[in-house]
Design a binder for this molecule. Structure first.
Ligand SMILES: Cc1cc2nc3c(=O)[nH]c(=O)nc-3n(C[C@H](O)[C@H](O)[C@H](O)COP(=O)(O)OP(=O)(O)OC[C@H]3O[C@@H](n4cnc5c(N)ncnc54)[C@H](O)[C@@H]3O)c2cc1C
Length: 375
């Protein structure tokens, strides 16, 4: 096993680092507020203009044909440079890999360039008031409209991250109410300005306002905006889920940079009682990177992760909470004066919930990886 990067990979790193160091904006407001979102879009467009928005995509879609290894390197450099959160993430990291796998060439050519350029901004419309962990309980429906060659969507989605600011939604709707729960779903791509769509934004506990409920009242969606086959939406959605829990949504770079910041904080405010926790966070971030490297090796060898992505999700979300708890303890009473760590701490608490709760991920690990009996 050789864990060193090649000269070519180091050259890629140097190029990314130079551009990021010269261009990263600092102190943008949160991308989950309206003003912050607009500021983040400028940054997204700068990334796109310099061909750094979607490095692993093909060149014809504004990518660099980067390998998964180079993508990991870019992510490390991105977070090392303290670059902003990616407000386009639900499109470029969740929907795009699914479009590459299930989209028609027409869909890919039509949707991916606009997504890369942050012209179309995508949110994820899966959860409903009665369907969260139990996603197959989705009740929003789509009824066939043969005359117009498409579908009429009705129902409600909720917890739609940045739904109040996005232009498009990818979502699951029930197309065959008579089929078994997982079998009668279809994956739709919907512009949020279509007649019959109502987006109602609401605030999170931390004051950010990007969450939305999205209502559909007979919204027409043409056949060309069905992703994958009709009634096969569950299979398509599981591909999105693999990206969400696994590799793409939370790369190790994010936590390596977080652990480095924690060490820096410890240097400024040494507290021997917390030394072991600081070291443990750094070890955890390194371990997550090693785990990811192993996973990328498997993917490069033609073995996609499948249910193993639940392990990633458990690891990164719990590591993030511990890391932020340690920072909060180090800051003590000063914590309230330093915005970044307490905000990060609050958001880390959501990690064990979004992308499928950790209780449910433990069920997946127990049943599908360890082969334990179903409860
Ligand atoms: C910050 C954030 C962003 C989000 N963004 C989006 C988004 O963009 N789009 C979207 O569609 N959704 C989004 N969600 C919603 C998220 O996917 C759901 O909150 C999550 O799937 C849990 O569903 P629920 O809230 O309905 O809780 P429930 O499913 O009602 O679960 C309640 C509790 O019961 C536990 N539980 C449920 N079933 C089981 C079981 N079988 N075994 C053991 N325990 C169980 C859960 O772990 C949880 O603790 C977001 C959530 C958060 C917090």
């Amino acid at each position: 096993m050789d864990l060193r990067w090649s000269a070519e990979q180091e050259a890629f790193r140097a190029k990314a680092r130079a551009w990021l160091d010269a261009n990263v904006p600092h102190d943008l407001p949160s991308g989950d507020t309206r003003d912050g979102f607009a500021a983040h879009l400028e940054w997204e467009r700068a990334l796109h203009a310099a061909r750094w928005a979607v490095v692993s995509w093909p060149r014809r879609y504004a990518g660099r044909d980067a390998t998964l290894w180079e993508w990991l390197i870019f992510e490390e450099e991105y977070y090392r440079a303290g670059a902003p959160q990616r407000v386009t993430q639900n499109g470029i990291f969740l929907l795009a890999p699914t479009l590459f796998e299930f989209g028609t060439p027409e869909q890919q050519d039509r949707l991916l360039p606009r997504m890369a350029a942050a012209q179309d901004l995508w949110c994820q419309g899966w959860s409903e008031p009665g369907a969260g962990s139990d996603l197959a309980a989705v009740r929003s429906s789509a009824i066939r409209d043969d005359a117009r060659g498409g579908w009429l969507l009705s129902g409600q989605k909720t917890w739609t991250t940045r739904g109040a600011f996005c232009t498009h939604l990818f979502g699951l709707f029930r197309t065959d109410p008579a089929a078994q729960r997982h079998r009668g779903l279809t994956y739709f791509l919907v512009p949020l300005d279509a007649p019959g769509v109502t987006v109602r934004g609401f605030q999170r506990l931390d004051g950010d306002e990007g969450f939305a409920e999205v209502f559909f009242d007979g919204v027409f969606v043409p056949d060309r905006d069905v992703l994958g086959e009709v009634n096969q939406g569950w299979r398509v959605a599981m591909a999105t889920t693999g990206s969400e829990r696994g590799l793409t949504l939370r790369s190790p770079g994010r936590f390596l940079a977080g652990a480095d910041r924690l060490i820096e904080l410890y240097r400024q405010r040494p507290s021997p009682a917390l030394r072991d926790q600081v070291v443990q966070s750094w070890i955890d971030a390194q371990a997550y990177q090693m785990f990811t490297v192993q996973q990328v090796t498997a993917i490069a060898g033609g073995r996609p992760p499948g249910a193993e992505s639940s392990l990633n999700k458990l690891f990164w979300s719990e590591l993030d909470v511990r890391l932020h708890e340690t920072a909060t303890d180090l800051l003590g009473e000063c914590g309230e004066l330093d915005c970044r760590w307490p905000r990060g701490f609050l958001f880390s608490l959501a990690g064990p919930i979004y992308a499928g709760t950790n209780e449910v991920q433990r069920n997946v690990v127990a049943e599908r990886l360890l082969g334990l009996p179903r409860t």
